[in-house]
Write a protein that binds this ligand. Sequence first.
Ligand SMILES: C[S@@+](CC[C@H](N)C(=O)[O-])C[C@H]1O[C@@H](n2cnc3c(N)ncnc32)[C@H](O)[C@@H]1O
Length: 213
Amino acid sequence: MAQFFKDHWEFLRQFRERFETTGAIAPSSRFLARAMTGPMARRDRPGRILEIGPGTGAVTQRIVRLLRPEDRFDLVELNETFAGLLRGRFVSDPHYRAAADRSAVHVCPIQEFAATEPYDIIISGLPLNNFPAELVRSIFETYFKLLAPGGTLSYFEYMYVRPMRKLVANASEKARLTELDQIANGYLSKYRVDRSWVFVNVPPAWVQHLRNP
Ligand SMILES: C[S@@+](CC[C@H](N)C(=O)[O-])C[C@H]1O[C@@H](n2cnc3c(N)ncnc32)[C@H](O)[C@@H]1O
């Protein structure tokens, strides 16, 4: 329980210091973590797993429990405070420690991450709705460059956030949000295989699941 409050406090601190990239006031709920890891839990063979934007590890704590001995697990986190906290957990927490020999935390933006091989499962917590359209375009390109054929990408977004923001946005912000809609919808219409609705989260969220054909 103490860990839960510590994580929430650190998350809030990072939100205040780095609003744009942290993108939320609280870590994801365990219901959202469960939905994000659905394809990982259902897979029928070991593989390469990539988590992008793990933050304080709200989803990571479920991933490490689902890892198999033959899996490889990489985490890419931009924020060095979050990365340090996660590295510490691979030493101190028994569930993380059990996966430490086949896991690595990389501190860099995902657009600059040099992967050695593509991934079968990508789980992303990036706050795309906060980013400029060009960055979102390049992040989607990166997702699909990193995703193996037949691999699954799962990412979340807060429900109805773009239409709600548009209601109060000025003209340039509206144009940015419309462009984000177009970029995301382009990928979703081609590659989406499922969408999970998660109401027990602040705020409620959708998880989009896409498959690389
Ligand atoms: C909304 S938080 C999600 C944290 C966690 N996955 C969760 O669900 O509670 C977004 C995370 O993405 C990280 N992030 C933002 N931009 C990034 C980028 N370009 N590359 C890697 N991580 C990034 C932030 O530092 C933050 O930890």
